[in-house]
Design a protein around this ligand. Sequence first.
Ligand SMILES: Cc1cc2nc3c(=O)[nH]c(=O)nc-3n(C[C@H](O)[C@H](O)[C@H](O)COP(=O)(O)O)c2cc1C
Length: 179
Amino acid sequence: MKKCSVIVGSLRKNSNSLAVANTVKGFLGETGEFEVTFPEIGNLPLFSEDLEANPPQSWVNFRNEIASSDCLLFITPEYNRGYPACIKNALDVGSRPNGKSIWSGKPGGVIGVSPGKIGAALSVAQLKQILSFLNIPIMNQPECYIQADGNFSGGAVGDGSTKDFIKLYTTKYIEFVTK
Ligand SMILES: Cc1cc2nc3c(=O)[nH]c(=O)nc-3n(C[C@H](O)[C@H](O)[C@H](O)COP(=O)(O)O)c2cc1C
C-alpha cells in the first residue's frame, strides 16, 4: 500500500480544487493500492525561523505526515497568476530545518484548477519551478489544467470529459509513482 499525500491549495469549503482532489482520491482508492490523505495546510503558522527552536505542533504533524508519504500530488488554483500562499508556506515549513527537508525524492504531480480559460497554467508553471528546487520529481506529461465551469456541481466534478481526463491523469500518475 502506497501513501499518497494530496496538497490542496484552496482553503475554501466548496473548492473546485478539493472536488478534483476527491475525484483523484476515488480513482486511486479503486486500485486498492493507495491510501490517500489531504494533509491540513490551512492551520500552519506562517514560516518564521524564530519558531524553529520550538516548532508549532501543526508543523511537526505536517512534517511527519509528509515524511511518511510515498508520493505527492499538488492540486492548485491560480491566485493573481501564481500559486496560493498556503502552498508556499507548506513547502517552506516542510523544507526546514535546513538539511532535513521532507520533500526530497518523493515523486509527484501537479494539477491546476481555475474558472479561467488557461486553467491555472501559470500557477502550475510557477509551482513546478519550486518543486524542482525541492528535488520533487514531477510527472511532466500529461499536463492537467482544468477549467472549472459547468463541469462542477455541488462541490464535485460531474460525469463527462473532465472526469474522464482526471481518470486518465490518475492512471499515468500511478505509473509514474510506482515505476
Ligand atoms: C485572490 C484571488 C486571485 C485570483 N486570481 C486568479 C488568477 O490569476 N487566475 C485565475 O484563473 N483565477 C484567479 N482567481 C479565481 C480562482 O481561480 C477561483 O476563485 C478558484 O475557484 C479558486 O479555487 P477553488 O475553487 O479551489 O477555491 C483568483 C481568486 C482569488 C480569490
